[in-house]
Write a protein that binds this ligand. Sequence first.
Ligand SMILES: [Zn+2]
Length: 280
Amino acid sequence: MHSALVKKNQIVSAESYDESIHGVEICCMDQKCKVPVFFVRGTVSLNAHFKTSGKGASVHKDACGFAKPLSFQDTVSKVGEYQESILENNTRQIVIRLSMNEIDPDYEKKTIERNPLDKEKKKPEPVEESLKTSKVTPSSISSLKAVKKLFTTVSPDILAGIMLSVKGQKIPISNLIQSYSEAHEALWSGNAEDVPYFVHGCIEQVTRRERVWYITLSRTDKGYFSLIVFDRHFNHFTYKDTDLIGQEVLAYGYLVKNDYHKGKQSTEMVIKSNQYIEFL
Ligand SMILES: [Zn+2]
């Protein structure tokens, strides 16, 4: 793990840990765990980090985000748990730009004639940058696959330090990547941002009408959540019902309220192509 809890409930990153300032009592940063951990100095091949000894009290508890590899969904939930304290402590902040235009079939690419020499200039990040974080986190995200990869390969305490840069705002990643029921609640309680969201959930039902398709996620007592495909995008969305029903997916789009379901709050997300969902 890259961050740990030291005295005064402060969270420090391994890079900035200093025994003379932070003391030798170091604990797992997961509030459900807090077992003693140890500092491991960085080497040429490995960044400084914290770890348990695996003996006695120094073993992560079951509910801890570092006890075992997490599923995509569990990582999303742990990042939500950690984000506030990581950002509060100013432990580490990584900004990732969200640029999803490429997946949008309606988006007109700017046809700028590129000089082949320009490509040459597009070199990878400078070395200093890669020493810090770009080894594990990209500088931008342009697909749902990249989001899935991020949440299944990067540890939750690093993810909790990520801010997504979208439409000129910087938003904590856990605000924009949520379970569909949390996103639904955020929207209806007035806490949603006017930016696209990533939500995960299980597809329960697909209803195909002449002009519009409804892909409904598992119903909760809070209301309905449906992914919507309009007829002008039917040719971009080629999954069959059997590909979809019962599957856990990540979907991308704006959250929209729909009062049509009388008495029940219904949230809709318009999707335009296969690329707007990713199977988990
Ligand atoms: Zn732990």
